[in-house]
Design a binder for this molecule. Structure first.
Ligand code: LIP
Length: 278
């Protein structure tokens, strides 16, 4: 796909993210329906669904031949080589339900299964992350703020790193045991472990240079697609938890400021959960 076509799509995605974010701001703290999915801790609200509908409807008007994958769709489309929008309407839904301001709209776009546009907007902190493959990654803070070029910070070893991970919304015993086993190995070997509830914003925190590495078992393609572009354009690195190439549909990944750091963490992970693919 030509660069000008990507630039045009990214511009529309930014406009729509801002428009849809009004739905989040209007309903924050006064949600009418909070439904459960996989467990009592895996939540979805009417705002998730309304944001996704607004984004899909508007994007389809401009790009009717593009494909769409969204978290709240009842029947998920398969990822193919075709140009595909991959959207999490509210990443960090639990945070949104609790009015904890670490949640975002995440709009990714992939061609031939390669993420190439990322637009991530946290309306509560007014932070807009954007990236197009090969064109760099930017953060704009506040309306009319100056765009900041994003770059990861260097980190020599896991022992000197700040690590992000998540416990997720599943309450499946096997998954919980794997997560806690991994934590028992990682926690003693780093500066600290944080869990903020949004995969997309965790990965953007690495691109912003204040977190060094993130890993998770259980994420979905819509949680990570947009943020992978932001991180790669900020000179960061992503891979599978076993160290091979990242697989968007494998439900697991390591995102880091460098390949060395990612491989060091990968070599320490005691388990590699095989989850149902997206
Ligand atoms: C969330 C992810 C997070 C994961 C949560 C949840 P959602 O996405 O961003 O990494 O740990 O369980 O899946 O569901 O809020 O869009």
């Amino acid at each position: 796909m030509e660069l000008n076509e990507l630039i045009e799509r990214e511009k529309l995605a930014v406009e729509l993210a801002k428009k849809a974010s009004m739905l989040m701001k209007e309903t924050s703290g006064s949600l009418k329906t909070i439904a459960q999915k996989e467990s009592h801790a895996d939540l979805v609200t009417e705002t998730d669904r309304n944001v996704e509908k607004l984004l899909f409807d508007e994007l389809r008007k401009h790009y009717p031949s593009d494909r769409f994958i969204g978290e709240e769709e009842s029947s998920k489309s398969e990822l193919t080589d075709e140009p595909t929008w991959i959207i999490d309407p509210v990443d960090g839904t639990t945070n949104f339900v609790h009015t904890f301001p670490f949640c975002c709209i995440s709009i990714g776009f992939a061609v031939k299964k390669e993420p190439c546009i990322g637009v991530i907007y946290n309306p509560f902190l007014d932070h807009l992350y954007t990236a197009i493959k090969g064109q760099g990654a930017k953060l704009v803070k506040g309306d009319g703020g100056e765009p900041q070029e994003l770059r990861v910070r260097s980190c020599n070893s896991l022992r000197e790193s700040l690590v992000m991970t998540e416990y997720g919304g599943s309450r499946d015993e096997k998954k919980r045991d794997a997560i806690l086993k991994a934590l028992q190995v990682i926690q003693p070997n780093c500066h600290g472990v944080r869990s903020m509830g949004s995969a997309a914003l965790n990965i953007c925190s690495i691109a912003s240079g204040y977190v060094d590495i993130y890993y998770e078992f259980g994420i979905h393609i819509w949680d990570i697609c947009a943020a992978i572009v932001v991180l790669q354009e900020a000179k960061g690195y992503v891979c599978d938890t076993q160290g091979g190439p990242v697989d968007l549909c494998a439900r697991r990944l390591i995102a880091a400021s460098s390949e060395n750091l990612a491989k060091e963490l990968s070599s320490l992970l005691p388990v590699h959960l095989e989850l149902e693919r997206d």
